[in-house]
Design a protein around this ligand. Sequence first.
Ligand SMILES: Nc1ncnc2c1ncn2[C@@H]1O[C@H](COP(=O)(O)OP(=O)(O)OP(=O)(O)O)[C@@H](O)[C@H]1O
Length: 114
Amino acid sequence: MSKFFKGFQYAWQGLNYAFSTQINFRFHAFAAALIALCGFVADLSGAEWLWILLSVSLVIVCELFNTAIEVLVDIVSPGYSREAGIVKDLASAAVLISAIFAFITAIIIFIPKI
Ligand SMILES: Nc1ncnc2c1ncn2[C@@H]1O[C@H](COP(=O)(O)OP(=O)(O)OP(=O)(O)O)[C@@H](O)[C@H]1O
């Protein structure tokens, strides 16, 4: 059972690492908090909350994988490598796509409420 709770501790360490080292992760975390605040002010419906939660979670998950991939690439390929750069660019592209999805979701939900 203690192994089960240790898993939460490791996950928290991962979140802590991403938050303290990645400026993009901090930006997206603050954007998520702001969106949540707007959600309460706009009194979103259950379905609207689910879309917001889905899009915000997707961005955070992509950011975490992006950070993990960056760290892994730096271990495996510390010097310059075209392929290492491509791997990092692909991970960044995944974050960008998720952020665009979140932005469009927020526009669709919040614009009619203004
Ligand atoms: N080992 C490498 N070889 C070739 N190109 C690299 C390498 N490392 C990084 N790059 C290029 O530089 C870009 C930025 O890489 P970097 O590791 O600085 O990521 P970052 O998104 O700036 O994150 P952070 O600043 O948090 O480390 C990559 O997307 C890639 O195009």
